[in-house]
Design a protein around this ligand. Structure first.
Ligand code: SAH
Length: 213
């Protein structure tokens, strides 16, 4: 079954517009009003089928989470996970995160997660990597001073590139792990890709980096 041809995807999102926010640009600078509680806001860019964002929502009721995913046939999977998790603190946005400054005001966000982002290995596609400096500039603008970014990937090339890009941008590397699962971090919420790649025996890389205050 090819979900992308399912016309019900729009209906499903419309019926659950308290979770998939349908006109997200209108919420800029008042995202706290889209949630039941006014509390810190964490974003995941490219949330895929939502295992991470739903799991994080459940694990951290004192944080509001937004997952941004551009592919409609994929985000409906995330919507189902969020509904199944019965967690009140997760919202989804079906948009391409071209420029986060269109969606969020300066200082509106506390933490950004990039999980298994497309690696764009060809150097002519460097600009598309979500850790290219133009993206870091946007993240810095929407994050609070000293805001953090967490990256997880199985892709060594993207990982090394991102570490260099963070450093060149003046960010502070707070954690660099070349084998996340060896750390036995009980709070780690695995993503779909993470489970798939670690089942194949591939190490998962994680980096936490902070923008300067
Ligand atoms: N985070 C998930 C999915 C990883 S695949 C996991 O770890 O399992 C990368 C996802 O990011 C894809 O679903 C892709 O559609 C989405 N994506 C890539 N660039 C994006 C962008 N600019 N805006 C929104 N979603 C994006």
């Amino acid at each position: 079954m090819r979900l992308r041809h399912k016309p019900w995807a729009d209906d499903y999102m419309d019926d659950n517009s308290h979770i998939v926010i349908r006109s997200p640009f209108e919420w800029k600078d008042r995202w706290n009003e889209a949630f039941d509680k006014d509390q810190p806001l964490h974003l995941e860019i490219g949330s895929g089928k939502g295992q991470f964002i739903a799991g994080m929502g459940k694990q951290h009721p004192d944080i509001n989470f937004i997952g941004i995913e551009r592919v409609k046939s994929v985000i409906v999977g995330a919507l189902k996970k969020v509904l199944d998790a019965e967690t009140e603190n997760v919202r989804l946005i079906n948009e391409d995160a071209q420029d986060l400054r269109d969606l969020f005001a300066p200082n509106e966000v506390d933490h950004i997660y990039l999980n298994f982002s497309d690696p764009w290995p060809k150097s002519r596609h460097e600009k598309r990597r979500l850790t290219f400096h133009t993206f870091l500039e946007q993240y810095e603008d929407v994050l609070k001073p000293g805001g953090e970014l967490t990256l997880k990937t199985d892709n060594r090339g993207l990982f090394e590139y991102s570490l260099a890009s963070f450093s060149q941008f003046g960010m502070v590397l707070e954690e660099v792990s070349l084998d996340l699962h060896e750390l036995e971090d009980s709070l780690n919420v695995p993503t779909e890709y993470e489970e798939k790649f670690s089942a194949k025996g591939q190490p998962i890389y994680r980096c936490k980096a902070r923008f300067k205050d």
